[in-house]
Design a protein around this ligand. Sequence first.
Ligand code: OGA
Ligand code: NI
Length: 353
Amino acid sequence: MDSNDWPEPIVPVQSISDSCTHVIPDQYIQPPSRRPSPDLIKNVNIPIIDFHDLTTGDGKMVEYCPATVKEISDACREWGFFQAVNHGLSHELLHRVKDVWRQFFHLPMVEKRKYSNSPINYEGYGSRLGIEKKAILDWGDYYFLHILPTSLKDHSKWPSVPPSTTDTVEEYGKEAVKFCRMVMRALSLSLGLDVGKLEQSFEDDSGDGVGSCLRVNFYPKCPQPDLTLGLSPHSDPGGLTLLLADDHVQGLQFRREDGWGTIRSLPDAFIVNILSNGVYKSVEHRVMANSTIERISLAFFFNPKSDLLIGPMADLISTENPPLYRSMTFNEYRVYIRKNGPKGKSHLESLKS
Ligand code: OGA
Ligand code: NI
């Protein structure tokens, strides 16, 4: 696909980074109030949850440990984020999947450009979100692809170089979905629902099941990291996000009352964040640029089926806890966000019922 449908020609940030040594182009400069001001930033340790402690028993008779369910629940209520360790994915797989993507982003630009995406569905190699002309741009490139449902998965839109990409991403996707299902069950219990209730709410009877997609972020070195952002403030659109961060450099921040907190990510952990009806927080986050080290991250989104009507579950709604947003399908919501680009949580404000 060509990039004609973007409002302006797409220039990969990586190519700017390779050619500019001192000054970034104007379009990447944030207004002063949105720049990463050091006195408003703190390093923060978010709760760490050991998933080894969540369940006992064999495949058939699984028992969930109430203390760990409570830890998850408290983390979601108070922070909206936690780090998951002992999540069941092998560290070897985590390293391998980061490695294939690092190799991809280091291919010559002509190779990567073969996968250039369009704002129609964003699948492929891209450098911007939103189609607003002259919008301020983020200092990062990305690759976006669908893993589930199978009807949306299209291997021809995945990189064929390095050759192991498809198998590795398939393997990673399967394992990540398994872990997301475990988190969903814990969240379901923590909300006082039956263990499978939350998972079921993501599916319908068609058999095509939940959605999941992968956004691989690549943040090249930036000569003026104080003026720009790797990724502007946003909250993720799906049900659950697993972020696999770079082991070599930090950059992810979330909004706090008094500014921004930089998450100190543990190697081989997932940073998990959730979307909700206000019981749990879906926290606004952003990514800082870095002057000396490039950064890669994999955001795995576990989503409700795309044409399922999304609204809070009847079990969770009461006169004291009314629905906060109007119901819409996940697809409608996604189209809405894609038109407008990352705008913090203002999307959600305008959808309040
Ligand atoms: C995202 C995201 C954070 C990061 O892709 O939605 O928030 O650290 N990424 O790259
Ligand atoms: Ni995000």
